[in-house]
Write a protein that binds this ligand. Structure first.
Ligand code: FES
Length: 137
């Protein structure tokens, strides 16, 4: 939690600092721990329950670290129009890869798209998506 005070300080003067702080904490530590929730609540003069409520409301935040590799699958309108829902339904449910839904990766004309790390994989079909998942597992 060494960087937590710096993360809080970077956003504390802004309007609505809680979500940016939580996003940075999630990115830095891979989860938002009880200790982080207490510290953030104290720094923003919120109750622990208020911060906990935001953490549990948004799917982006996790109370426990999750070491599984993440595939972010775009389920926004353009990728839906290009068949992402059928692709998503055909994904293997082996639990070794965490599939997260995102809404637009900015490459709508070449969807369906997914992102692994910072790399976007475009023009996915069932074979290509299955190969990505298998390579991650
Ligand atoms: S809708 Fe999927 S990348 Fe924009």
């Amino acid at each position: 939690m060494e960087r937590l005070p710096h993360i809080i300080a970077a956003h504390a003067g802004r309007e609505g600092p809680l979500l940016p702080i939580l996003h940075d904490v999630q990115a830095e530590y891979g989860h938002v721990s009880e200790e982080a929730i207490r510290t953030i609540a104290q720094a923003l003069n919120l109750s622990r329950a208020e911060v906990q409520g935001v953490v549990s409301f948004y799917h982006d935040f996790h109370a426990e670290p999750d070491a599984r590799p993440v595939l972010k699958l775009c389920r926004a309108e353009a990728c839906q129009a290009r068949g992402v829902d059928v692709l998503a339904a055909g994904l293997p449910e082996n639990g070794r890869v965490k599939v997260e839904t995102v809404y637009c990766l900015g490459l709508c004309s070449v969807g369906p798209n997914a992102m692994i790390g910072s790399k976007v994989h475009a023009r996915l079909d069932a074979t290509r998506l299955g190969a990505l998942v298998e390579a991650l597992a």
